[in-house]
Design a protein around this ligand. Structure first.
Ligand code: ADP
Ligand code: TRP
Length: 326
């Protein structure tokens, strides 16, 4: 069984990315042949700062490796080191109906967000994004693609494209199954909305200590006094985050004390910061070691790319033959 997923280097990774995407991927790495890549081509659709892309790409590599992704148990590489993705994307684009892409929520949302004022800000890459994603997936004969709910439609597009190509040119691609992480609750951000870098409400995975403490201490709660019982304690943002970063009994104890009354919000937020900091302390130490050895990190990605490329070339050659390019 082949498992494949990608993550864009478009900003500092946060707790939402970690619990929603990275941790499930790390836990899946022993369930089959795992292929994980840094989707730097995809990041070009929204990020045009070259230095930032380079830095984020390196940071995503550090974050993943520090959190337990093991290059001995999976193939980990940078997407643009296997340029076969772009050739296959072209081939696939010729069997992709325009309507399929026009219906994509993620494209429609981005167009709406970019606004009418900025003519030219909606680039073709944004529109073609799901086709490149289909190429990423089909190039490795992936069976299982673990993604968050927001990517479900892109996976359906991939399946449609694979089926259409197979119909037109004969059986060439494995049609992948989505593995939607419905069970992973959406991690709330500092303001209670979904944690997302586009909302500016994130707790970074490896943020700087002082700044992160300040962010957490700044979470706005209601005006009830510490003594007042809080029957809705389970809905409190700090409690929800504590559920993720603290041992269950610690989170339950704080929730019970909040519910009963007597625990102030300041103390609760302080506990959250401490548990968050402690939870990632071992990974933070590994990350610092890795950051001090960029040559090693580069080598991990290069080795991963060489292994990925061999498979990518074989599938691409199969596709080229099927459609008469070879
Ligand atoms: P962002 O919303 O910060 O731009 P991305 O869209 O790049 O994050 O998401 C990368 C991955 O992390 C996706 O698989 C997505 O489902 C997951 N993810 C992002 N935010 C959250 C969240 N708040 N809770 C759970 N999963 C999340
Ligand atoms: N679009 C995905 C996201 O933003 C990232 C991604 C690119 C991906 N190619 C992929 C995920 C292939 C799964 C499979 O989260």
């Amino acid at each position: 069984m082949r498992i494949l997923t990608g993550i864009q280097p478009s900003g500092a990774l946060h707790l939402g990315n970690y619990f929603g995407a990275m941790l499930p991927a790390i836990q899946l790495q022993d369930q089959g042949e795992a292929f994980y890549f840094i989707a730097d081509y995809h990041s070009m659709t929204s990020l045009t700062d070259a230095a930032a892309r380079r830095r984020y790409t390196f940071d995503v590599a550090l974050d993943f490796l520090a959190c337990g992704l093991d290059p001995a148990r999976c193939i980990f590489w940078k997407q643009s080191d296997t340029p076969e993705h772009t050739e296959l994307a072209w081939i696939l684009s010729t069997v992709t109906p325009m309507g399929l892409l026009e219906r994509c929520h993620s494209f429609k949302d981005k167009v709406a967000k970019l606004g009418d004022g900025e003519v030219g800000s909606v680039n073709h890459g944004l529109f073609a994004y799901p086709v490149l994603m289909a190429a990423d997936i089909l190039l490795y004969d992936s069976n299982i693609v673990p993604v968050g709910k927001d990517q479900k439609q892109h996976l359906e597009v991939t399946r449609d494209i694979a089926i259409k190509f197979n119909l037109l040119y004969g059986d060439t691609f494995v049609v992948p199954e989505p593995r939607i992480q419905e069970s992973v609750a959406v991690v709330p951000g500092l303001d209670g909305q979904k944690m997302s870098k586009s909302y500016g409400n994130t707790i970074e995975l490896f943020g700087e200590e002082k700044a992160t403490r300040k962010k957490i201490m700044g979470i706005v709660m209601d005006s009830r006094t510490p003594a007042e019982p809080k029957p809705d304690a389970e809905k409190n943002i700090a409690i929800q985050l504590l559920r993720l970063v603290a041992p269950a009994e610690v989170a339950t104890d704080l929730e019970d004390r909040l519910r009963a009354g007597g625990l102030g919000y300041g103390d609760l937020k302080k506990a959250l910061f401490e548990r968050y900091w402690e939870h990632f302390t071992p990974a933070r130490a590994r990350r610092a070691e890795l950051a001090a050895d960029p040559v090693h990190v580069r080598k991990v990605l290069d080795d991963g790319a060489a292994r990925a490329r061999e498979i990518a070339r074989r599938t691409l050659s199969r596709a080229r033959k099927a459609c008469g390019l070879d």
